[in-house]
Every structure is written in C-alpha cells, then in structure tokens.
Design a protein around this ligand. Sequence first.
Ligand code: FDA
Length: 394
Amino acid sequence: MIDTDVVIIGAGAAGLMCAATAGYRGKSVTVLDMGKKPGRKILISGGGRCNFTNENATPENYLCQNPHFIKSALSRYSAQDFIDLVERHGVDFHHKTLGQLFCDNSAQDIVDVLMTECDWAGVKIALRNEVLSVQKNDTGFLVTTNEQQYQCQSLVVASGGLTMPKLGATPIGYKIAEQFDINVLPTLAALVPFTLHPHDKERFEGLSGISIPTEVTSEDNTQFKENILFTHRGLSGPAILQISSFWRAGQSISINLLPDTPIEKLIDHWREHHPKKSLKNLLSTVLPKSFIEAMVSQQEITDKVINQLSNAEIAQLSEYLHHWKINPNGTEGYRTAEVTLGGVDTNELSSKTFESKKIAHLYFIGEVIDVTGWLGGYNFQACWSQGVACGQTV
Ligand code: FDA
C-alpha cells in the first residue's frame, strides 16, 4: 500500500492542474489514470491544436443548475492566468475567432506544460491504474486500482464525463458521488452533432461537406451565430454543436440562413439590377448553389423570374430562409460528443474549494461536475480554474 497526502483520479486537464498546484504547496500527490498516457483528451482537442482557453470566458458561457457556482474559480484563475503560464513555457499560440486561443504546433505543447509543472511540483503520475473502488476510513480514503492500493488524506475526483469511451471515459466519478450520497444530475451528451430523421437524411444526402454561416436558435431562445455543416450522418458545425447543449429530445431548432441580410432587401436590389434573372440563380450568389438546387428540386423553394415574385411568395420565402425549421432525430451521443452535460450536483460542493459539503476531504472537479462550457476553449478554462482552486486547498 502506498501512502500519499492527495490522490487525484484522472490525469486530464483538471486533475493535472490540481496536482501541480497542490504539489507546489508541499503536498505529496499521486495522480491515477487508467490510460497509457496523460492528457489524452487534450491531445485530440481542437483538431490536435487544443483550443486551450477563451479570452472572453465569463460565467455566462457555462451551463450549470447553479449559474453562480463557477464565478469564484473563474475570477481567481482567469484565462489570462493560463495564457501567462503557457507563455512562461514558451508555447507558440494564435488567436482564432471569438476569443479562441490555439497552439501553433500541437496540443502536445499543453500536455508538456502540465507535465513539466507536475514534475517541478514533485507529483507522481501512476498510469495504467484503473480505480476500481474507494473506501472511507479513519485516516482518509483507501483507493484500490487494478495495480495498487493508495491511502490518502484527500481524494480529488477528476475522472471526466462519459464522452469518448474510446479514450477511457468511465462513470467512476458518478459512482463515487453516489456511494457517498452526493446527488448526481442526469447526464446528456453535449457539443455534439445532430442526427436526422430518415426523410431529412435523404433530402440532405448530397450536401455532405457544405458549410453555411447561420444563426441557430433553440426553443429556449438561445442563439449562436456560427457555421452549420452538413455531414453524411446529419448536421454538425460550430453552431450546431453549440445549440446541441440547449436542445432536448423532441424539440426543433430554427436556422436563419441569411443572418446578416433580410431576403426582402436582397430581392429589392435584385429586382432593380437583375429583373430577368431567376430566383434560383440569384439565391445561389448568397447561399451554396448545391443547397439552393436541392431546395428547389424538393419544391421547398419555387423558382421564378425575380420580378414575378408576389408579396405572398416573398413572405413565404422569408419565413423559410430566416426561420428554417429542423427537427433533429437525436444526437450522435457520447461517442462523438465533446462534453457531458449534468453530473455531480454543484449544490453539493463548495464553489471556493470544490470540496463535498457532506464528506470532508472529498473533492470533485472538471467535466464530472455539472459545469459545461460552450464550444471555444471554455471547457478547458473551467478545468484550469477548478484545478487551481481545489489544488490550493486540498
Ligand atoms: P478528462 O476526461 O480529460 O480526464 C479524465 C481522466 O480520468 C481520463 O484520462 C480517464 O482516463 C481517467 N479515468 C476515468 N475513469 C477512470 C478510472 N476508473 N480509473 C482511472 N482513471 C480514470 N474543450 C476545450 O476547452 N477546447 C477544445 O479544443 C476541446 N476540444 C475537444 C475535442 C474533443 C474531440 C473532445 C472529446 C473534447 C474537447 N473539449 C475541448 C472538451 C475537453 O476535452 C474536456 O472538457 C476536458 O478534457 C475535461 O477534462 P477533465 O480533466 O475533467 O476530464
């Protein structure tokens, strides 16, 4: 049996950040992970370049039953604090759209930063150690893995959510919470592509790979102005991933295909300058041609010479293009989702330390808890902020 001050379950973003922070305070820290290498999700994130934070991260960018919960951690360790850290390590990065920061070279740079920090802080990382059970005893917790037993005073559960089972996602964090009578909110795959009903799938079959800048609205009136992407399974792209976190089974989404220009205005212009041209050809100048052709051939849009359109037809076209309704069949689920919505109820945790209110010295951080960021670096920022807050106390 190995004795250590702190055991952290999960060598992901939250666990490694917490480990380094606690290690610098002189704590002996062991991080357990069932994987062969640390930070596996970091490595595949952001298309291999890791969107490691978002300069504009605020509590409003997170979904949580308690919207105030993330405030304290985010304000104590901000996006700028993490940017300072990667700069100290000489990582080259660039700004993309909407405040998103990506590595220039590879996501490995971020894992290297965290592993170097853990090394400097004297943290031990025990890989290929799957946590099988946790028991509370007089001196803290006894953690049993397939390899070893660890006795610790403090236990941090940073075991992630259910997304990407291929990368070692397990429900161990939820099980530990339930074992100690800590409430776990229902979980759902989020930041995930939609699948379509067979009828729609057939309609959009030929459009796979086409991307359109849009504004997508959910039934609860949340809006994202980003691209949608037709795939061979359904709909994806940043706007769809974003809205998936707000969509529930059976609901529809509304897509504004021309978010920057009312179609009425375009028609006025076309009538004046191209009165003899067809609606189909003119629409193909502002939307992808194959999309318009598909909509015309499916009689969703009626093609006519532009100056022959009646007011009623223009109103109908406007409704169609600005409020295009789609009823997703479902989502692709945890297999391709980026995050898990729900999880350990934050009302059970201190927002300052992430310690359980019921069980002293038991902590939950990262994706396992009910804090889910938007797409765009917000989820990693939550992990850094929570890891630091917890590591300062544990
Ligand atoms: P994480 O899942 O990273 O780590 C948990 C660890 O616990 C894993 O290593 C797992 O092996 C281990 N574990 C689980 N059960 C165990 C057990 N029983 N015993 C031992 N170990 C166990 N976010 C963002 O901000 N920017 C981005 O660019 C992206 N991109 C992105 C792409 C893709 C494809 C995905 C799937 C996700 C993203 N994300 C993202 C989301 C981001 O990856 C996610 O929010 C964080 O990785 C969560 O970090 P955690 O440390 O909480 O869990």
